[in-house]
Design a binder for this molecule. Structure first.
Ligand SMILES: Cc1cc2nc3c(=O)[nH]c(=O)nc-3n(C[C@H](O)[C@H](O)[C@H](O)COP(=O)(O)OP(=O)(O)OC[C@H]3O[C@@H](n4cnc5c(N)ncnc54)[C@H](O)[C@@H]3O)c2cc1C
Length: 492
């Protein structure tokens, strides 16, 4: 990792936000000889917005209205995923996606989506009749009538992709500053002064990838005056069981509020059902509600009637960043040297690599130098987690490093070796959630009840932390409230 330039020296680009868009942009910029920093208010990449809480579908591109930026970047982003996930060692499932019609009248919507998809240039679309559909998805409701199959649709774990993008960007010289909330921006000759709390950075260009807060950041720069409101999506996460398993993400026909309730299997092997779509005011309120989860369940059971809530693992909410009065992505130069990537709602995960390309082309147009970085390494050397390995590989891992022989998380078979590695990777884990999203420790049935204390102990040991300072997800979420005995007392 390169050091930031000394005080007074200018960076080339500061990116505000380490969600999937900020991290994809950072990685794309690291192809060039540039000094780039990412300021993120959360304690870890991917954790400050919907990047960690979405359905994880790599959308084919039949849904956006033809001619929109969203349509173009969705289709382009989808086409980039194969190479991107291969380079970064990220697991992607290529199974295609289904939009199911439950009545002959809904079939008209499928025809409309098919026509839209073709206009958007989406390959591999076709309508399946009931018999073929039921063969593909045996647990589907008998009410299902027909479906649009999109062969280029797939799934990823969105946080896995984002952490891998951040890691690759850091490997190639990008600096990440976590728990650095950008509070103000000031135009200076030839660029911007970025006030990120304890750090003040000077940079030629700023990229605003602040998700739900992109309107606030844009206003700091005196740029485009738009307003973002959150549209909440609640989810249920269940253990995968054969009697309600799905092979493809199963959508229903979309509504004006979104793509409707989907039932899908995540690459890590959970069944995910959701999201709802409710417009709210408070950007920080991500509470689930009994009513919301009941609507998720009812909607999901319309597609997969035998969904069994006894297998519930977790419930969570993500918030779409909806620009009032602008039903498209906003990727633009908002002020000289200041660029917005705003209103990045679904399919923003899919489009992120293409949004990054779009931003770089705008930055080049504004004078960003793009001499290739001769040391650019596109590939992350991914070391598999213990549970992903064959018994023979596992034996070898334990022989080489006995920490792989100590299970930390029983539900998800995560070893001490996995945890230590996740801490010491580039842009490594610093929090309990950071470890959870990198290794799945705490993501299983007991939700960290068993492994929590062990994870805290390992974080302290590896990072030299005081136990009282270890957080779930950054300052303000400390796990321990205080000591029963003064520090230094013999604990034996
Ligand atoms: C319910 C739901 C389902 C979805 N499903 C899909 C799907 O299946 N497929 C798909 O393609 N897309 C999907 N999406 C869309 C996708 O999740 C988003 O488009 C994407 O995550 C947006 O990424 P981002 O980087 O723009 O924003 P974010 O993830 O919000 O990242 C922005 C970051 O900026 C940080 N930040 C904000 N303000 C500041 C500041 N002042 N200083 C420093 N940091 C700051 C935040 O902490 C955050 O980490 C879904 C979205 C939702 C909500």
């Amino acid at each position: 990792m390169t050091d930031l330039p000394a005080r007074g020296q200018m960076l080339d680009v500061v990116i505000v936000g380490a969600g999937v868009v900020g991290c994809a942009t950072a990685r794309e910029l690291s192809r060039y000889r540039l000094n780039v920093a990412v300021c993120e208010r959360a304690a870890e990449a991917s954790q400050g917005g919907p990047t960690k809480a979405n359905t994880g579908i790599v959308h084919a591109g039949y849904d956006p209205i033809p001619g929109t930026l969203m349509a173009r970047l969705n289709v382009r982003g989808n086409a980039m995923y194969d190479q991107l996930t291969e380079d970064l060692g990220v697991h992607m499932e290529h199974h295609g996606t289904l939009v199911v019609a439950f009545s002959p009248s809904e079939r008209g919507h499928l025809e409309e989506l098919l026509a839209r998809g073709r206009a958007n240039g989406v390959p591999g679309l076709r309508i399946l009749e009931r018999s073929e559909l039921m063969e593909l998805e045996p647990n589907l409701s008998p009410e299902a009538n027909s479906a649009l199959f999109a062969a280029t649709g797939g799934t990823v774990e969105p946080y896995e992709l984002t952490l891998a993008l951040a890691e690759n960007a850091a490997l190639n010289g990008v600096e990440f500053l976590f728990e650095h909330l950008v509070r103000s921006l000031e135009a200076i000759p030839g660029g911007w002064r970025v006030n990120a709390g304890e750090r003040v950075l000077e940079t030629r260009f700023v990229v605003n990838a602040a998700g739900l807060f992109a309107d606030d950041v844009s206003r700091m720069a005196g740029a485009g005056d738009f307003h973002i409101h959150p549209r909440l999506g609640q989810y249920l996460l269940l253990e995968d069981r054969a009697d309600y398993d799905v092979q493809h993400p199963v959508f229903q026909v979309p509504t004006p509020m979104g793509k409707g309730i989907v039932v899908s299997r995540t690459p890590d092997g959970n069944i995910i059902a959701g999201p709802t779509a409710d417009d709210v005011q408070d950007k920080d309120d991500l509470a689930t509600t009994a009513d919301g989860l009941a609507r998720v369940l009812a909607g999901a059971r319309k597609s997969i009637p035998c969904l069994d809530t006894r297998q519930l693992v977790a419930e969570f909410t993500g918030a779409r960043a909806v620009i009032v009065g602008h039903d498209d992505f906003l990727v633009e130069q908002g002020a000289p040297g200041f660029f917005n990537a705003a209103g990045i709602k679904s399919p923003g995960l899919t489009a992120a690599p293409a949004i990054a390309e779009e931003l770089i082309s705008l930055l080049k147009g504004a004078g960003l130098g793009t001499t290739s970085n001769p040391a650019f390494i596109p590939i992350n050397a991914r070391v598999p987690l213990f549970r992903e390995c064959s018994p023979e590989q596992q034996k070898r891992m334990i022989a080489e490093d006995p920490r792989y022989g100590r299970i930390v998380c029983r539900c998800e078979t995560v070893t001490e070796g996995d945890v230590v590695r996740a801490i010491h990777r580039p842009v490594g884990a610093r929090t309990v959630d950071g470890l959870k999203f990198r290794t799945r420790a705490g993501m299983g049935r007991c939700q960290g009840g068993f492994c929590g204390p062990r994870i805290l102990e390992i974080l302290c040991r590896e990072l030299g932390l005081d136990p009282l300072s270890v957080t779930k997800c950054g300052t303000g979420s400390e796990i321990l409230a205080g000591r029963l005995r003064p520090k230094g007392d013999n604990d034996a």
